[in-house]
Design a protein around this ligand. Sequence first.
Ligand SMILES: Nc1nc2c(ncn2[C@@H]2O[C@H](COP(=O)(O)OP(=O)(O)O)[C@@H](O)[C@H]2O)c(=O)[nH]1
Ligand SMILES: [Mg+2]
Length: 219
Amino acid sequence: MADIPVRKSVRSRNDEIAAENRGRFREAGLCVVNMLSSPGSGKTSLLERTAAHMKDRLRILVIDGDVETERDADRLRKAGLEAIQIQTHGSCHLSAAMIAEQIATVDLSAYDLLLIENIGNLVCPSNYDLGEARRVVVASTTEGDDKPIKYPEAYHTADLCVLNKVDLLPYLPFDVAAFEAGARRAKAGLPILQTSCTTDSGVDAWCRWLDDQVRAAEA
Ligand SMILES: Nc1nc2c(ncn2[C@@H]2O[C@H](COP(=O)(O)OP(=O)(O)O)[C@@H](O)[C@H]2O)c(=O)[nH]1
Ligand SMILES: [Mg+2]
């Protein structure tokens, strides 16, 4: 019983810090996108593809969250991006305070776009604002088409859904129409992009969406 007020107060403290982060991002004209998904849906792969498409024309910083290891930040550095790794050592989501700690020493005005790869988990990250301007839920065809109806909050709080690994559709019993209906039941009108990081299909549309968000943040 007692943990409900405690959880509420942790969340409201998180919201205060997220508001401070958002203020810093706005001041710097920096576009910030928070990427949520279950483990293995292809967030880091999509960021690698994003690097290939955008790194020569946009100044991109990634903050990558994982429970353990520096592996994803290493992958993204190899792809040509600047990347900071947060290891939560057990925590199932990034918090606004973790982001605040990382950006304290960063010149935010040196970047156009900050991409945050959250911990692979469709539950907790949905409840923690980091101060981002936009939230993206990345799903993949290997997870099954019922995830939006099982984890509606992740879809309800998203501004965009990316359905990745569409190259595998011919081999999987994945009903795209059922997936899209579930996602839009969680959030009416949610835009959905289909991508494949192996064939690069749809990555151009994802990059155009990012470009639009960067322009909106500058304005
Ligand atoms: N077939 C296929 N595999 C993919 C695709 N995107 C990612 N993968 C694979 O899925 C696995 C997990 O990808 P990763 O980017 O590490 O996922 P993350 O945990 O969400 O960051 C890796 O083995 C990737 O090579 C895709 O579009 N198609
Ligand atoms: Mg990853």
